[in-house]
Design a binder for this molecule. Structure first.
Ligand code: ADP
Length: 273
């Protein structure tokens, strides 16, 4: 293969060299255009998504001013302002997270990432939200496993999965985070007993800003960016993310990443036990 020519054109059947090059150039231009379109769509979506909570906060502040002598109304408006500003904060944080992820190559300086620590931190981040609705988050699986990659990115991915599991769970239910090692790769599964996802939506939930029935889910304060972050991290680490879900029963998201054979997890260590 020659550098710069996409493999599928290199293997094109009978095209002479000249036309292959032209095809490759056309393909490059098309790809560039697509990248530019995706970027423009993203900026348009970001502006739209940011305008919604900003507009709502403005309206609520106006309403609060008008209701100055009705303390109950002021309290109600203040509570809604708080929800909207939390949403705005989460949105800004996830937009920054996504653009940082896209800017740096995760495997520039890959290191052994300790999954026990990552999972503990991810669970901690969602602890308050879980407690509020009496959701038990249990951690199981193989201890001492390490994956190969960028710690911040792996943490971002696992945190988003745990936070979703908690957000879309019913009160008094359980979320389980488990790890499984299989021939050089590690599965991190996050299982919930929540509202589930309709089968026809499963293909779309990994798209940026896509949310299943935003009206029904407004109370969760989601942004529609979490799963696109997970998908991005999986792809750049040479892994994948899969989902199983049934409406009303729950969902299981499994993130697969390459295993790092650290001192804690080599087969030799296992044998010496
Ligand atoms: P959000 O910030 O809205 O949660 P995500 O990109 O993380 O955005 O998820 C996209 C959509 O997929 C969510 O809005 C929700 O409808 C659905 N979803 C994600 N995780 C779950 C889950 N564990 N249970 C049910 N629905 C989920």
């Amino acid at each position: 293969t020659r550098p710069g020519v996409p493999a599928r054109f290199v293997s094109a059947r009978v095209a002479p060299l000249g036309s292959r090059l032209v095809l490759a150039l056309v393909e490059d231009r098309t790809r560039e255009r697509r990248v530019e379109e995706v970027r423009r769509d993203f900026v348009a979506n970001v502006s739209h998504e940011l305008k919604t909570p900003v507009g709502a906060i403005r309206l609520l502040a106006d309403a609060m001013e008008d209701a100055a002598d009705d303390p109950d109304a002021v309290k109600r408006f203040a509570a809604r302002m708080l929800t909207e500003s939390d949403r705005l904060g989460k949105l800004v944080q996830q937009i920054i997270q996504l653009s940082r992820l896209q800017a740096d190559d995760p495997l520039d300086e890959p290191i052994a990432v300790d999954l026990d620590e990552v999972i503990a931190t991810a669970v901690d981040t969602s602890a308050m939200a879980a407690e509020d609705r009496r959701i038990h988050v249990l951690v199981g699986g193989v201890p001492g496993v390490q994956v190969y990659g960028n710690e911040k990115q792996v943490l971002a991915a696992v945190s988003n999965l745990v936070s979703n599991a908690v957000s879309y769970s019913e009160p008094d239910s359980t979320v389980v985070v488990t790890t499984r090692v299989d021939e050089g790769s590690v599965d991190i599964s996050v299982v919930d007993q929540g509202i589930g996802i309709p089968a026809e939506e499963l293909d779309r939930i990994f798209e940026r800003f896509y949310r299943v029935d935003p009206a029904r889910h407004r109370s969760t304060g989601g942004t529609g960016l979490g799963l696109s972050i997970v998908k991005h991290v999986a792809a750049t680490h040479g892994g994948e993310v899969r989902v199983w879900s049934a409406e009303g029963q729950g969902s299981t998201f499994t993130l697969t990443l390459p295993q790092h054979y650290g001192t804690d997890s080599t087969p030799d260590d296992d044998l010496s036990l």
